[in-house]
Write a protein that binds this ligand. Structure first.
Ligand code: MG
Length: 290
């Protein structure tokens, strides 16, 4: 990972001037006007899109025909799609098999499922899986003692590295308190639009992606990779030190002021329609071959 991070520094410096002005600005309008100019210039080089799934590829919780058409068009343009989601290992192994993508990272950086391979690859070091699941369950039960309304998510039984419960009905201050409680118990905590995750502290989307990229996509430079997301568990994908070209779909605006790392550009459309808008923009900027 150290080699890869060093190789990213050159590209990072190139983008630093633009991005510092973006991140430090208090004015969202100016921020994204400057970012838009930078983005348009960068898009012609993109060869791989690492994207969140829920709220970024979905529309009202579902894939639609426009998304599948966008995947097809990106494939024709030789632009790879790699899903980076908080969803469970069980769900994601199926998606990596059936969708036209190069692979999918599950559980916010916990597991990797390359397309065409039956078994997943662990990205998180877990020496004793049974004990790990027991410890996660115990942590969840301690949270439930303080928040009796929380319910284990339906996909939790298909998880390996983390533990999830539904976010519905929880306030921002509830989530902040839960994050502190988890930290005090030695666990990490994050959340998306659908779920809360109790997870190993050194596990997030960026850490997982930065393991996968040099091993499985060694020929791709940082300038050729674009990251996309919509919520707090995508924050690490917006960290310009590692991913200088990042995009939020429009619904990220609900969270963007809470994020330490912010996307360089925000689409006009929400959710999967924002992803399709981005895909069209990238394809339109590709150099034409005569
Ligand atoms: Mg999401």
């Amino acid at each position: 990972m150290g080699y890869y991070i060093n190789s990213l520094k050159y590209c990072y410096i190139l983008h630093l001037r633009v991005l510092v002005s973006i991140i430090c600005s208090q004015n969202l309008g100016n921020r994204y006007t400057h970012a838009y100019t930078s983005m348009l210039h960068s898009l012609s080089k993109i060869r791989l899109i690492a994207t969140d799934m829920d709220g970024t590829l979905t529309v009202n919780g579902k894939f639609n025909s426009l998304l599948l058409q966008a995947f097809h068009d990106l494939n024709v343009a030789n632009i790879k799609v790699l899903i980076v989601t908080g969803r469970s290992a069980g769900w994601v192994s199926g998606l990596a098999h059936y969708l036209p993508v190069v692979g999918a990272i599950a559980e916010n950086g916990g597991m990797y499922y390359p397309s065409g391979r039956e078994t997943g690859i662990s990205l998180s070091e877990i020496p004793d899986l049974i004990r790990h699941r027991q410890q996660l369950a115990a942590t969840f039960n301690k949270l439930k003692a303080k928040f009796p309304q929380i319910q284990e998510s339906s996909d939790n039984r298909f998880r390996i590295t983390d533990w999830t419960f539904d976010i519905q009905g929880l306030t921002t201050s509830d989530l902040e308190l839960m994050a502190n409680l988890c930290q005090n118990m030695g666990w990490g905590f994050t959340y998306s639009t659908v779920q809360c995750h109790i997870k190993p502290q050194a596990q997030d989307k960026a850490i997982g992606l930065l393991q996968v990229l040099p091993k499985y996509f060694p020929d791709y430079t940082a300038a050729e990779i674009l990251t996309v997301g919509d919520s707090p568990n995508d924050e690490s994908l917006f960290d310009a030190r590692y991913f200088p070209i990042s995009v939020g779909v429009a619904n990220v605006r609900e969270y963007v002021e809470r994020l330490q790392y912010k996307p360089a550009y925000i689409t006009k459309a929400d959710e999967g329609e924002g992803f399709c808008e981005l895909a069209k923009m990238i394809i339109s900027k590709m150099p034409t071959v005569n």
